[in-house]
Design a protein around this ligand. Sequence first.
Ligand code: SAH
Length: 342
Amino acid sequence: MSTPLEDFIKKQIQHSGPLDVGQFMNIALGHPQHGYYMKQDPLGWDGDFTTAPEISQMFGEMLGIWAADAWTALGAPSKFALVECGPGRGTLMKDLLRALKKVEPFQTAAELHLVEISEALKERQEQNLSQYNPTWHKNLESVPDDMPLIVIGNEFLDALPFRQFIFEDGVWQERVVGIEDDELVFGLRPAGPLSKKLPKADLGDVYEVSPAREVFIKNVADRLKAQKGAGIFIDYGYINDGFGDTFQAVRGHEYVDVLKQPGDADLTSHVDFSALYKRVGKEHAQLTTQGDFLRSLGIVIRAQVLKKKASQEQARELERGLQRLIDLNEMGDLFKVLLISG
Ligand code: SAH
């Protein structure tokens, strides 16, 4: 049985030919009615995946320290836009602002702007953040352009579409989604002029590019240069650009087939941080890992302070959260941090 979204995708393919991976992802995640992010709140243990702010309050608190520091470095402007892209349930921002409760000038100066496409998640954000009077935006364009910006995005970039190329028969081919026996299947088509931009490769190599992520980051960097400010984007990904198929679908905390039941699973790929770094330029960009970043802000000491006031059970939970966030075998190394300055 096909779902309504599967039928929609098949009709689209019958009408205008195979979709590239990015077009497929755009529909599967963003279709106004049936898209994955439109239908549900995908986060948490009872959802499909869990993110750093949902694991521990310390994540948002550390970003609070980073934001306060960035604001101070800007000369503590009396008005600035605090912008979060893809805020999920609003947990990160809630923890961030709570951590800075006592930094009154920051609270007074901050205008909260949330960039979100999901109505379901917007409701959750409203519940968590209404006291801060947020303004919602569908994209960055309508975010104020007449004041400094502090921009945050956790696991936002991986949700933006990307494309895949495979080296076969001595040339680059683009991976596309077509139909065979009424099922969605992968196929290949010539990569065309784009292939000139792709590196030398061996048979079977897969190379991923994400113009959408690059354009988005360039846009943020340009805004920060023009308006002054700072940005931080955290995601799973790689710093040394290379080959490999990282397209993944996650549902109920399990990996599932990327083409099965579009709209019911989260689709992502690993973020190529080296490409984003190059886009921003080395004068304005800095790359590190989540583990190093959180340690440098004092997360280990913060955990000790919290544990002193906690029950045994809570202390175990805090320690477990800390390890998940910073351990090299958990999120500490896989997750990278891109810092952008204006
Ligand atoms: N930052 C949150 C949620 C990560 S999930 C956390 O760490 O828990 C990805 C988030 O990005 C969701 O809020 C999703 O609805 C939003 N999103 C996905 N694609 C988007 C797009 N193109 N524009 C704006 N928001 C988007």
